[in-house]
Write a protein that binds this ligand. Structure first.
Ligand SMILES: [Zn+2]
Length: 361
């Protein structure tokens, strides 16, 4: 006899971590990212791709529309006195080497798929905060992602179980404009400080089946692949205003909750030889049984090298023989329930005096 655990495992991804907290109604997770003023978004024209010659222009155009959409919705009702400013700067390939990236609060890179395919990371896009610099890096992946529900079976105490797990994959084709447009709006939402919007299981099914519109653009993009209708909704706008107040990014109230640095993260050393074992310690003493946090490791180009989840019991993580490349790295922690975050730097090889902050990857 087989028992169904659940026909669909709800995947909650801020950065690809799979877990399933249960909420009776929809609610936002926390994302401890804040812009300090009306953000400057720098969109870097992608490298030419001979298979998809028009995708570069399409991505820049869609990004422009996404900025207009966010600004229009945030400023709705303000008539001729808009207070929500967002500046988009497009950086053509020819200008990317000498460009002054210090003015960019948010930088968008467009890639076919993740560069460092850590643990087969599949996403339509990712938002990578750098808590040291306070700046945010967005990567938009322009290859099409398809769902792939795989049945896995196992036996426990003589009882057979099965569940379906989504193992999405890149088809090799270019993404639909629905995937690109919704992902760009979604990742911008993260970069403004919105976490994922979690909906109850039944509602998610209705959304996937096209019976109900998405209540938020912040529903994890991979769980709603194929959903044609998406929008920045009044819920998203209200959540931004609950973070910053109604005066705009430039005239914001002090953050009260969902954004606090807590010291939870440490490495056993500050610098390592290439290939040396790195031990990351996470103080999980305040974690409840169902608490979790996400750990990212980013390099000096703000590329995500590592992304994994930690729970109360796995408070020590070791990376063995994985970091061969000299450079400065940042390990970061995000608790999407409380908004707590932390970060700690480490170096591989000879420590360099000043951290490279080249954005041009
Ligand atoms: Zn997301």
């Amino acid at each position: 006899m087989k028992k169904i655990i659940s026909s669909v495992i709800v995947i909650i991804l801020v950065f690809g971590i799979q877990t399933s907290p249960v909420f009776a109604t929809g609610q936002f997770l926390q994302m401890p990212i804040r812009v300090q003023h009306g953000p400057v978004i720098c969109a870097l024209e992608p490298q030419a791709n001979s298979k998809f010659p028009t995708v570069g222009k399409q991505l820049l155009d869609e990004t422009n529309y996404a900025v207009i959409d966010w600004k229009t919705k945030l400023n709705e009702g303000l008539g001729r006195h808009p207070v929500w400013n967002i500046t988009l700067v497009q950086v053509p390939i020819g200008q990317q080497n000498g460009f002054d990236y210090t003015k960019c609060d948010i930088t968008i890179h467009y890639l076919p798929q993740p560069q460092e395919s850590s643990n087969g990371f599949i996403a339509t896009g990712v938002t990578i905060p750098n808590f040291e610099t306070g700046k945010t890096n967005i990567e938009i992946y322009y290859l099409d992602v398809q769902s792939n529900w795989v049945k896995t079976e196992w036996t426990e105490n003589g009882q057979g179980y099965y569940q379906y797990v989504d193992k999405p994959y890149y088809t090799g084709l270019v993404a639909t404009s629905t995937q690109l447009d919704s992902t760009i709006r979604h990742e911008m939402g993260h970069s403004f400080g919105l976490g994922h919007y979690i909906v109850p299981y039944d509602m998610l099914q209705n959304i996937i089946n096209g019976l109900v519109d998405m209540p938020s653009i912040m529903i994890d993009t991979v769980t709603v692949l194929g959903v044609k209708h998406y929008d920045i909704t009044p819920l998203d706008v209200a959540q931004i205003k609950s973070i910053y107040g109604s005066g705009g990014f430039d005239n914001q109230v002090k953050p009260t909750s969902g954004y606090q640095r807590v010291h939870l993260l440490s490495t056993d050393k500050q610098s390592y030889q290439p290939g040396e074992k790195i031990t990351l310690d996470i103080n999980t003493s305040t974690f409840g049984e169902n608490s979790f946090a996400e750990i990212l490791v980013i390099d000096s180009n703000n590329t995500m090298i590592e992304n994994l989840g930690v729970y109360k019991s796995n408070s020590t993580i070791s990376f063995d023989n994985m970091y061969q490349k000299n450079g400065n790295y940042l390990a970061e922690l995000i608790n999407p329930i409380t908004g707590d975050f932390d970060f700690t730097g480490f170096t591989i090889g000879t420590p360099s005096a000043n951290q490279e902050t080249s954005q041009n990857t």
